[in-house]
Structures are given as C-alpha cells and as structure tokens.
Design a protein around this ligand. Structure first.
Ligand SMILES: Cc1cc2nc3c(=O)[nH]c(=O)nc-3n(C[C@H](O)[C@H](O)[C@H](O)COP(=O)(O)OP(=O)(O)OC[C@H]3O[C@@H](n4cnc5c(N)ncnc54)[C@H](O)[C@@H]3O)c2cc1C
Length: 398
C-alpha cells in the first residue's frame, strides 16, 4: 500500500488552495482529483475583499488582478408584476470586488504547485481507518489503497470525507441556478457594477469580468425537482432564456448570446448553520475544507472566498504544530490532531456567521408569506445590521 504524509481529496478551489498554502510553508501534500483535467464548471466567482486577502497570502492576488475589472458597487432591483418596486445602490464590499473566471483561478493555483502534487483521474470511493495506528486509508476506484497521516476532504458538495466524519447530509433549497458567460466582441459597455434583479420567481445577476466578458447567473426559485428534460447544453440554454423572458431586451440578449459550453446548472444545496455550529469536523487526523465543510447558497457570493480562507488557516495551523520537523516526529499524530482542532476552532465562528447570513438571505428570497418575510428581515437586522460586514474578515498571515 502506498503511504503518504498529507493527502487532499479533491482538486477544486479548496483542495488546490490548501495544497498551495502548505507548499508555501514548505509542507508537501498530494491532491487526488477524480476528473481527468482540472474541472472548469462554475463559470466565474465574485471575489470580495476577504477572498483577495487570502489570495494575497497564497501569492496569487497580483497575478489574477490584471484579468478582471474592479467592481465599484452593487445594484439591487426588485420588480413585481412588471412594476419596479425598489432599486438600491451601495458598496459591494469593504475594499475590493472582482469577478474571476473559475478556470483562471484553478489554473493559477495548480500552476504554482510542484510537479507531481496533483493526481488526476483518481476517484476515491471510501475512507476507513488503519486498524493499528488509526491513520486514514482512502480506497481509489481503480482498486488501489493509499494510507496517509493526514486526510483533508475538499471533495465538494457530495463529500465522501464528510460522510466518513459523520456530518449530517446537506439540505436542498427549492432553487436551481444556472451560471454562464457572454462575450461581447465589441465591448459590453456596462457599468463596473454587480447588478442583481429579482423578478417574481427569478433572481438574475450580472458581473462584468473584463471590458468584453460578463459572468451572469439565473436563480430559479421554487423550481421543480425533475430536470430530466435538460438533456444537453442546448436544453439548458433554451430553459434559461425562457426563464428571463420578462427581463429587458438587453438582459435577454445577454442570455441568448452566451457561450453555451460555459452553462452550468445545479440545484442549490447548503449545510444548515446549526450543523456547521455543532458538526464534528475532525475524526482522528481527518478533516474537511471548502464546500465539504460549509456548502452554502450563492446569495452572499462567499463560498469560494471561504474555501480560500480555509486553506490559509489550515496550513498555518498545521505548520505551527508540525514546524520544521514535519511528520517525522514521534509526537506527530497528537500534534496533527491539535492542529486540526485549532483550525476547526478558528474557522467555526466565521463559518457559522457566513452560513447563517446566507441561509436567512435565501429564506428571505424564497419566502412567499409576508409574515415569514418580516420575521427574516428582523432577524437579519438584529444579527447582520452591516450587510457587507462579512467582507471585512481577514484570515491572517500564512
Ligand atoms: C450559482 C452559484 C454561484 C456562486 N457564486 C459564487 C461567487 O460569486 N463567489 C464565491 O465565492 N462563491 C460562489 N459560489 C460558490 C463556489 O462555487 C463554491 O463554494 C466553491 O467552488 C467551492 O469549492 P470547493 O473546492 O470546496 O468545491 P469544488 O469546486 O466543487 O471542488 C471539489 C472537487 O473535488 C472533486 N471530487 C469530488 N468528489 C471526489 C472524489 N470522490 N474523489 C476525487 N475527487 C473528488 C471534484 O471533481 C472537484 O474538483 C457559487 C455557487 C453557485 C452554485
């Protein structure tokens, strides 16, 4: 059986960021990714100040900035029965917001890793503990077993590792989201703002990435479970276009002229805030990061940035306990457990707040009863008076 020190399961944002953060501290890890290439689904993300602070620590912020426009404000528009009821404009973040193409971010992270760190086409089907030393063993689909001293599950929303930890299953919202890009060869000419429009059962947002490229999403509230009719990218494109039928001509053109291959649809799921608060995020020397730990709806646009923060904090905690001795110390097992406990302690408060605010925002958007709406607004005002306060967070130095 192959034996390794640190294994990271999943080569998405959380997995690559954690591996890179460890590498920056001189700690070697191996990332096992089931896809044959680094995945490109998900089009783009809005990254806010806290995410840029994490990218700074990873040494990537200055490499990514030239490819994306700074966003100056957020505009929220509410339209009901064809009438504009409300429009508000405010800062999108304390500091910096930019849209980043997922592919650019994944490639930038992967590019900085030493050769041989990322193993593609490596799907893990189960995790168990070694009977004598209780170190984790992952079972690969091709029949191979890999034993490691540390296992970090960054395997997204259907995580094998979170199941191993005994975390409660994630929950489903009644919404479905489509994400995509549209390219304007002669320039789009839109303001450098994030615009979000809610019209009846549809919420759609637009974020300029470059002077020619925009990222957009369409969230369909109360969307039926059955999606068998969406068999290919053309079906998704037709379905999305019909969902924005009542939007302005400019908005419909944006959806109509999208890059059809960039379209990505998924049902929105989340880990309940009370499960984030009480979840046991360590078993032996196994833990989780990113969506596997704190899957949340896209309503604050913080999932990716929170995954980057996880990577920085986890690497810092491991380095503090293991230091220069690395894994070759007789006390390493106890120290690894202490490091993971420090990481979980440091992250939990931040993640409970993020997932609670996201959860309440999703409830507000989905609610049809005025009483529920009022209750959620009151809770949001009491708990999150500063709506963009979550962007002030600094995950600290690596
Ligand atoms: C509509 C929408 C809009 C969003 N907008 C934003 C935004 O504006 N800003 C923001 O910050 N976030 C946003 N998010 C959230 C963001 O996309 C996620 O939080 C982020 O991608 C999580 O990264 P991750 O690495 O944890 O998971 P993923 O990116 O899903 O990566 C998981 C990786 O693990 C691999 N994997 C899974 N299982 C296995 C296995 N068994 N064996 C091996 N490999 C495995 C997968 O192939 C994948 O590569 C949005 C989400 C949605 C749905």
């Amino acid at each position: 059986m192959e034996e390794l020190d640190i294994v990271i399961l999943g080569g998405g944002i959380a997995g690559l960021a954690t591996s890179l953060a460890l590498h920056r501290k001189g700690i070697k890890s191996i990332v096992l990714e089931r896809s044959e290439t680094v995945r490109s689904e998900g089009a783009a993300f809005g990254i806010q100040t806290n995410g840029w602070l994490a990218l700074q620590q990873l040494g990537l912020a200055d490499k990514l900035r030239p490819n994306s426009l700074p966003i100056h404000q957020i505009r929220d528009v509410l339209i009901e029965e064809g009438i504009k009821r409300r429009e508000s404009v405010g800062p999108a973040s304390y500091g910096e917001v930019r849209g980043v193409i997922r592919n650019d971010l994944v490639r930038a992270l992967a590019h900085e890793l030493p050769l041989g760190t990322l193993r593609l086409g490596c799907q893990i089907v189960s995790v168990k503990l070694d009977e004598t030393l209780s170190f984790p063993i992952v079972h690969v689909k091709n029949g191979q077993d890999i034993k490691s001293k540390v296992l970090i599950g960054c395997d997204g929303s259907n995580s094998v590792v979170s199941e191993f930890l005994g975390l409660k299953p994630t929950k489903s919202l009644s919404s479905r989201a489509v994400r995509g890009f549209t390219n304007y060869p002669d320039g789009h000419g839109f303001r450098q703002e994030f615009i979000r429009i809610k019209m009846d059962n549809v919420v759609s947002g637009r974020l300029p990435i470059t002077p020619k490229l925009v990222f957009w999403f369409v969230v369909l509230l109360k969307c039926p479970q059955d999606s068998n009719f969406l068999r290919n990218q053309e079906d998704i494109a037709r379905f999305t276009l019909s969902s924005v039928n009542d939007f302005s001509q400019e908005w419909k053109e944006m959806v109509k002229n999208c890059d059809i291959n960039s379209l990505y649809i998924n049902r929105l799921r989340y880990r309940a805030p009370w499960d984030v608060m009480s979840g046991k995020f360590r078993r032996g020397t196994v833990t989780v990061a990113g969506d596997s730990m704190h899957l949340m709806g896209p309503f604050l646009g913080q999932g990716c940035s929170a995954a980057l923060e996880d990577g920085v904090v986890l690497a810092r905690c491991l380095w503090r306990k293991l230091g220069q001795d690395g894994m070759n110390n007789v006390f390493s097992r106890k120290r690894i457990e202490e490091a993971i406990d420090d990481y979980v302690r440091e992250r939990r408060g931040r993640l409970v707040r993020l997932s609670t605010q996201t959860y309440l925002t999703s409830r507000l958007i989905e609610a049809s009863s005025p009483v529920t709406k009022l209750l959620v607004v009151v809770l949001l005002m009491i708990m999150f008076r500063d709506q963009i306060g979550h962007t002030r967070y600094d995950c600290g130095r690596l």
